[in-house]
Write a protein that binds this ligand. Sequence first.
Ligand SMILES: [Zn+2]
Length: 443
Amino acid sequence: MKPINRLTRVCFCLVLIAAAISSPFLVAQTPKRTAVKAARMLDVKNGNVIKNPVVMIENGRISEVGEGLSIPADAEVIDLGTSILLPGLIDTHTHLLSNFKPEFGGDDPNMVLTVAQQSNAKRALLGSVMGRQMLDAGFTTIRDLGNAGVNGDIALRDSIRDGWVMGPRMMVSTRAVSVTGGQFGSISSESQKMIDQEYVIVNGVEEARKAVRQAIYDGADCIKVIVNSATGLLSLEEVKAIVDESHRLNKKVAAHAIGNQATRIAAMVGVDSIEHAYMIPDDALQMMAQKRIFLVPTDFPAEFYLDVVPPPPNSSPAQIQQMKDAVKQFALASQKRLDRAVKAGVRIAAGSDSYYKVPNKTRGQLSILMFRAYAAAGMIPLEIIRAATINAADLLAGERAEFGSIEKGKYADLIAVPGDPLVDITELERVHFVMKGGVVIRK
Ligand SMILES: [Zn+2]
């Protein structure tokens, strides 16, 4: 072999080695490490405030957390100054794929118009906007409970998980399993087919089991059941079949229930959470406490009610006053039942149930107002924060929860607020830093 050829070979080898050193495909890179530091951090579980916390993050998860940890030289540092760090918030009752308009005159006409005018695809795109707004407000995980068309929630959940769109981590129910009519109000029998776009109607225990299996086949993380509506009430046997089938397949059940009968049925058969329960008897609350069933109080502060559902145009001052009085009464009754629930030892998980478009507020800014309603009912700030973090995580995923607290191994879901939320819960309305799974969303 001639010398010139040997030289060519040597050069070629050098080029290969250089390529190998610089190529991300051939050489393992050390994972990027991030350190988040702040003046204080709330240990939600114990109620302690930790000074000078450092949260170390690798591959989207918390690798270490503690007071004044030494930060490796190669770590990217995010210094939040005088702020207070908390775990990302969780909303356990959302409807990201619905955005009702107050001017249409309430839930019933909105439901019909939404189903008639918006495709599942359009609603999923709407959900991506609502989801981003929730995330910006500090909600890093949500449980979406129906009114999402036919599996639009699955499309949104998966798109967020795959990084197509930025949004909160989602657990979804697909279509709610419901008593006849769903939550449509009165529509003509000829229009009843529309209901199938939004609910799975069941009559009898076999249909109840079948609906759960369909939801799970469609990709549901949990099951939502409408125990009662304005016109109907599922039987104890039907709700029991839904719960048995869901639990057999390791899915939790969220029950929409209002009033004595529906809340009793839900509590008796052992659902995992009762939503709303604006009216609930003491014996049902006691069953909830015994069985560790969560109450999700989808409450809203009275002072903002008329922003969400304003009086119809041309209302007289007397009519407006009447509406204001009615709203106040409803808010007071809701506060009383939440106070009764807390005193009975019922665990609370935060859930906003926002689905209206409100001027000058994003979906996140609207949802976060629920904390004011909880405070008005007498809940102390630490309990409210627990309801929106560790309790909510427990409801959504139990011991397997990988979110909801700032602990080693969990997803790095963090928020920061300027002032002390243990003194003033409205500090949570001033979230200025959001990280989800180690990715900075707002800074
Ligand atoms: Zn709801």
